[in-house]
Design a protein around this ligand. Structure first.
Ligand SMILES: N=CN[C@@H](CCC(=O)O)C(=O)O
Ligand SMILES: [Zn+2]
Length: 412
């Protein structure tokens, strides 16, 4: 099946196949072709160029994209899409003055979602999660990572990971799975948190690894959750199973999680709302992708990741949604890109690079996704008629997407 898009107002994020991530000043550039054509062969980007160079081609379908822009699908490298129920009561409690931490200390927060997940059947968790996945695909997400972490028991964690596996089997976009058993200390381990770490490391982790359910390991390295010491123990155990770290660090406090992640060659360190100069320094020259989650900052009214400082220091940066029931009940990557521009002072070029090629890197997918490159998967967004790509983050809240393609097939 050959599909030819013609008269594309602008084709964004054209890269050679050796580009796997962008750092610092490189992120200011977004290579594009104006008035372009794009040829898709089955599930693959076959070729592209300026309309003036369009060769004579035999194709099955020609689509006129006059006035419209094509860009790679968003690569959302940090989500908790698999969960049960919602936490809108905590939303109301926060409006009435309680903080996220206070709610968690009262037994709400992650433990609240864990209780609901444990009480919900696997089929129902799948049904609710698939609905959310379909929603974000329609919003332009073309690759996604999903974590466990609301099970907090062997049974609950395996239930979540089986749901992720089923999503992987039933949906065409790449879905990367992460084991986040160390997301919060269950109530029954409150007096003996080390025993919970032992359970995660000695019992659940080997089982998860043996069943080949995940590629990545995660931990919420934060005061009141898991210490740097716990992080070392878990990452060192996970290394034996070749699980790469993608970890939650520096959300509320900078306690050394970034350095622990780097020590174990973390693929990414995520959140980073609180960054000390030494944290920025530690990330320099590493292969670890820093990931910012601006929708979480918006929802919790906490600081935004200091993107300008990080980019100006030469670091790379990826953007992700953090879609979850407590801190970010939204998986809308268009909003994430807008917030990055509006609140983090990233330019539209930097934000689009962060949400495509760098997001792909943070899921080990930049060889196949994240840019318009010959040979990569045909996962892309076709916009409505819009004046420019800057309009995408500018017109926040407007849905500028006409259709989404995954592996060359229209999905929404
Ligand atoms: N901070 C840790 N985990 C999630 C929130 C989990 C929740 O509140 O349910 C996050 O990334 O924001
Ligand atoms: Zn998260």
């Amino acid at each position: 099946m050959k599909q030819l898009f013609i008269n594309i107002k602008e084709l964004l994020q054209i890269r050679e196949d050796n580009i796997t991530k962008l750092s610092g000043a490189e992120m200011k550039e977004l290579p594009t072709i104006k008035n372009a054509w794009l040829l898709i062969e089955n599930d693959t980007i076959a070729n592209y160029g300026e309309m003036s160079s369009l060769p004579k081609l035999e194709v099955d379908k020609t689509i006129d994209a006059k006035g419209k822009i094509i860009l790679p699908g968003w690569c959302d490298s940090h989500t908790h899409i698999v969960y049960a129920g919602n936490r809108e009561q905590e939303f109301a409690d926060r409006i009435n003055g309680l903080s996220y931490e206070e709610i968690a200390n009262r037994g709400g927060g992650i433990l609240n979602s864990a209780k609901t997940l444990q009480e919900t059947s696997e089929e129902e968790v799948y049904r609710q999660s698939a609905k959310r996945l379909e929603e974000v695909i329609k919003l332009g997400t073309g690759a996604v990572e999903i974590k466990s972490g609301y099970g907090l028991t062997e049974e609950g964690e395996l239930k979540m990971l089986r749901v992720i596996k089923k999503l992987q089997e039933n949906y065409a976009l790449p879905i990367k799975a992460t084991f986040l058993g160390a997301h919060a200390i269950p109530r029954e381990y409150k007096e003996n948190p080390d025993a919970y770490m032992d359970l995660v490391i000695e019992k659940i982790l080997p089982k998860v690894a043996k069943e080949n359910l995940v590629e990545y390991i995660d931990i919420f390295c934060e005061k009141g959750y898991f210490s740097v010491d716990d992080t070392h123990k878990l990452l060192s155990a996970a290394k034996k199973f070749s699980l790469k770290p993608k970890i939650h660090v520096n959300q509320f406090h900078a306690i050394g999680g970034i350095q622990a992640g780097i020590e174990y060659d973390a693929l990414s360190v995520d959140h980073l709302e609180v960054m000390r100069p030494e944290d920025i320094e530690s990330l320099k020259g590493t292969d670890t992708m820093p990931v910012a989650l601006p929708s979480c900052s918006l929802f919790l009214s906490i600081p935004y990741t200091p993107a300008r400082k990080m980019l100006d220091a030469g670091l790379p940066l990826a953007l992700a949604s953090d879609f979850n029931p407590g801190s970010t009940p939204s998986g809308n990557m268009n909003l994430v890109v807008s917030l990055a521009c509006i609140k983090m002072k990233m330019t539209p070029e930097e934000a689009i690079n962060a949400a495509t090629i760098n997001g792909a890197y943070a899921m080990d997918l930049s060889k196949t996704h994240g840019s318009i490159t010959r040979g990569k998967k045909a996962n892309f967004i076709l916009t409505k008629e819009i004046p420019s790509y800057t309009y995408l983050p500018y017109a926040f809240g407007t849905n500028a997407i006409e259709s989404v393609f995954i592996n060359g097939k229209i999905v929404g």
